[in-house]
Structures are given as C-alpha cells and as structure tokens.
Design a binder for this molecule. Sequence first.
Ligand code: KIV
Length: 271
Amino acid sequence: MSVKGAEQIITTQRLIDKKQRGEKITMLTSYDYTMARILDSVGIDVILVGDSAANVMAGHETTLPITLDQMIYHAQSVMRAVKRALVVVDLPFGSYQGNSKEALSSAIRIMKESGADAVKLEGGEEIEESVKRILCAGIPIMGHLGLTPQSINKFGTYAVRAREAEEAEKLARDAHLLEELGCFAIVLEKIPAALGKKVAGELKIPMIGIGAGGGVDGQVLVAHDMLGLQQEFSPRFLRRYHNLYAEMKTAFANYVSDVRSGNFPNEKEQY
Ligand code: KIV
C-alpha cells in the first residue's frame, strides 16, 4: 500500500477549507491502479471508488450486484497508486441498509483491508443510525443524495430527482442532517441546478455535483464516461473530454491487422 506524501495530501478538512476559500473541488472515479495513478498525477482532489464499477467494469445494468469483497478489491488496487488524493469508497448495496452494526462492520472492512480514507453511503434520514455509528468509529463519511442509484428499483427511472417541492425539501433536510451528524461532504446527483446551488449555499461542508449544476462546490463524473469509453450513456450533464472508444477501437484494429499481415513485430521489436 502506498504511503501518501505528507505535505500535499488531501484530507477531509482540506476539502472543507477549499469550500470556504471558494475553490472548486475535483473528483473522478477509478477502480484500478493504472487509472488512479494517472488521476493522482494531475492533482485530482478526490478519487471515488464508486459502485458504478458494477456497470463500467462488470457490465451489470445497475449498481446493485457488486459485493463488498469486490469493492475492497477495487479500493486496494486504487490505493496502491494514490499518493495525494483523498480516496472515498462506496459501501455497496446490501452492506449497510440492514442495520447500523452491519453498516459499521462493512465500513471497517473497507478501511482496514484497503487503507482508503473514507466511505460513501446513499441516503438521508433512513440511514441516520448507520451514519452515526460509522462516524463514532472515526470513519469519515461522504453522503449521497438526489438520484441514488442503489434505490433504482424504488424510483423506477434514472430521471432528474427533486423537481417537486416536497422531494426538494426532503433533500435539503437530509443534507442538513448529514452535516449535523458530521459527514464531511455530500454528492448531489441529478437534481435541478437551483436546488444544488441553494443547498450548497446553506451548508458548510462541500456539495459535489453530478448533474447538479454549476452552483455547487465541486464536480464528479465517472472517468470512463468523460473519456468517451462508451457511447450508449449520454445524459445532459456528461461532458466527453475524449473519444477513447473510437481511439481504442482503431488501435486494436491496427494491431489485429499488423499481426495478421506479419507487420508486427518488425526487426527492431525482436531479440
Ligand atoms: O458510483 C459512482 O460512480 C458514484 C458517482 C456517480 C458519484 O456514486
């Protein structure tokens, strides 16, 4: 496991300080050593070992199937690479909703077995007891409100959340509760920009948005999506910074053609 360089490491307090100074927080996902190393080298603030690994790495329709053991494997791979960024790991579906003791033992496994810095849980008042118990053990928590993909079977759709006043009020209440309990930041997913800005303005801890507009304190995207590694998923909030799908396809096709034609390896590529 990598020991982080003491001077410039990102801590939960440094993220809160960044918000106070009006500096935007940067966060992307990673599930493996190679991607995490590149992310850390550009000075990203937070690396999220998201349960979106269930979709991106394993090809599942939802995030529900990924297990605690699989999340720990991904987190261990990321931790071997990271020297500076704060690494947050999702508690997967089924590892914390049952009761607060189970939630704590899942969080402890992640911290002990991966060496990560914090865990992320989806939900507000419904998971209050679990949040309290995990925080009591000294494990930092990032909350996650708005579209919470682990509840997709309850929502029935990945559409924008909290458009109606009642749901928007509950979201704001939940955000305040999570701050009062001691969470250090909250992800706000797929909600109206005005609501994101309002909640970010009311709270001291950073609100990190994904489809929550520009008025929040930072942004997160799934790295595979912003790199353009797939073409099917195209929500309005996604900016593609590259078309890696096309680039990789060309590279693989060129390799196949070179091997078949005998062009690879050439004289210089052999012993
Ligand atoms: O699992 C994940 O990648 C996430 C982000 C979408 C915030 O939770």
